[in-house]
Design a protein around this ligand. Structure first.
Ligand code: PLP
Length: 441
């Protein structure tokens, strides 16, 4: 392994959060918890959140003038890094023509073609404005198509803040969902059956007993509760069971879509889901989501069919222009291979150090997604994660911030490597991360 040299300046740096702290105090008076999405409040790590004013390439900059090498990348959409010039140019060009028309637009057709011509697993797609909306619409379509009410989801998968999916497994034998948020009627939570990941028998058992399950929804690469990579045989098994029991298989690819390949996890594992949901990368950093599938199912969506779904700002031309720029870039030859190679370099170099020291630590990774696992063992279900280790992550997070490295503010969150991250960026990060591990482990 090459030896990387960290400059003295970086060693001595300790960030000030003075202006961020002041803004957070003000924000707390206006917004619940001072934020518009809970994890941003830094509740699982120390200090208050940083107020970011600018992003460029692999870096973000806060109001106090601190610069960070960013591995959160806006929680996944920014696979080209911040303020990518092609994305910016497309947005600027679209903006000059107006912001929203509430009509079909040529940009809708352009992105539709771009996706469907390069994705074997869908005939039709509908655009919405977020991942949550995509999931909500897909499960309505599954219920409308099958005329069945129940859903199966998995413990450890997150599908946005959709009422019937904000549930966890009930106790004992009852697998019906118990809501994880106030405001969700018990009757609705009970429409969802929650099962453990990577356990085909558990799914088989439920489907053998009941014929009212409209869909199984899964993050084929679960990346919201650590990175719980599933066995390919398990995912293939789900496909078989769904076909056998006339239940739809929904791949929630809000994170994995366009991340592990243009065809996402469906392509990566070569599995045909019945419906796929998208968000994040598809919008190039703008609010876009989508759901798609084969004609026989998608033709049930209004106005063709009787499953209602609509949106004032759906397929907004400016948002789509960002998506078009993003998708055109990632379609270039070797794009995904290059990101995966970089991620392996990052992981393997950290792991060389970890193994030498014998730390209880590993990094789970796939494509350009990684997750710090405070265990040597493979973790593929949520109950295998030792929650007590999150204290170590909190220390690590704070230490890394002071050295100019930004990770998502929770040990359950994954990190992302973008095309803007250079090998020099990664060498710099490897040096700082290994030193931080020496301090916290
Ligand atoms: C797998 C998955 N599905 C759905 C969502 C919800 O997407 P959004 O936050 O755009 O509503 C997320 C968000 O992180 C996600 O990771």
């Amino acid at each position: 392994m090459e030896i990387f040299v960290v400059s003295k300046k970086s060693e001595e740096m300790k960030i000030t959060r003075k202006k961020s702290n002041k803004l957070f105090k003000e924000a707390k008076k206006m917004f619940p918890g001072g934020v518009h999405s809970p994890v941003r409040a830094f509740k699982s790590v120390s200090g208050s959140p940083l107020f970011i004013t600018k992003g460029k390439g692999s870096r973000i900059y806060d109001v106090d003038g601190n610069e960070f090498l960013d591995f959160c990348c806006s929680w996944g959409p920014l696979i080209l890094g911040h303020n990518n010039s092609s994305v910016r140019k497309h947005i600027t060009k679209a903006l000059a023509k107006g912001t929203s028309f509430g009509t079909p637009t040529p940009s809708g057709n352009e992105i539709g073609k771009l996706i469907l011509d390069n994705h074997r697993f869908m005939d039709k797609i509908r655009f919405v404005s977020s991942g949550t909306e995509a999931v909500m619409s897909a499960i309505r379509l599954a219920r409308g198509y099958t005329n069945k009410p129940k859903l199966i989801k998995f413990d450890g998968c997150y599908h946005g803040h959709v009422d019937s999916l904000l549930v966890k497994a009930g106790s004992g034998l009852a697998t019906f969902g118990v809501s994880t948020s106030a405001g969700i009627p018990e009757s609705l939570a009970q429409e969802t059956i929650v099962l453990p990941l990577n356990d085909l028998k558990a799914v088989e058992k439920v489907l053998a007993k009941r014929n009212d399950v409209a869909a199984i929804i899964i993050e084929p690469i679960p990346a919201n509760n650590g990175l719980l990579i599933q066995d390919k045989a398990y995912l293939k098994g789900l496909r078989k069971l769904c076909t056998k029991h006339k239940t739809l298989l929904i791949f929630d690819e809000v994170i994995s879509g366009f991340r592990v390949g243009f065809e996402g996890a469906a392509g990566y594992y070569n599995i045909q889901p019945d419906l796929i949901t998208f968000g994040k990368i598809i919008g190039g950093g703008m609010p876009v989501g989508a759901f798609g599938g084969k004609n026989k199912i998608m033709n049930h969506v209004a106005p063709l069919g009787n499953v209602y779904q609509a949106g004032t700002l759906s397929a907004n031309p400016i948002a789509l222009s960002a998506g078009i720029a993003m998708l055109k870039t990632i379609l270039k030859k070797n794009f995904f291979k290059t990101q995966e190679k970089k991620t392996k370099f990052f992981v393997e170099n950290i792991m060389t150090h970890v193994k030498k020291k014998g730390y209880e630590f590993s990094i789970q990774h796939i494509g350009s997604i990684f997750w710090f696992n405070f265990s040597k063992n493979r973790v593929c279900t949520s109950d295998q994660i030792d929650g007590s280790k999150m204290k170590i992550f909190s220390k690590m997070h704070n230490h890394l911030l002071n050295k100019g490295i930004y990770l998502g503010p929770s040990g359950y969150e994954v990190g992302f490597i973008s095309s803007a991250h250079t090998y020099d960026d990664l060498k710099h990060a490897i040096q700082i991360i290994t030193k931080t591990l020496d301090k916290v482990l």
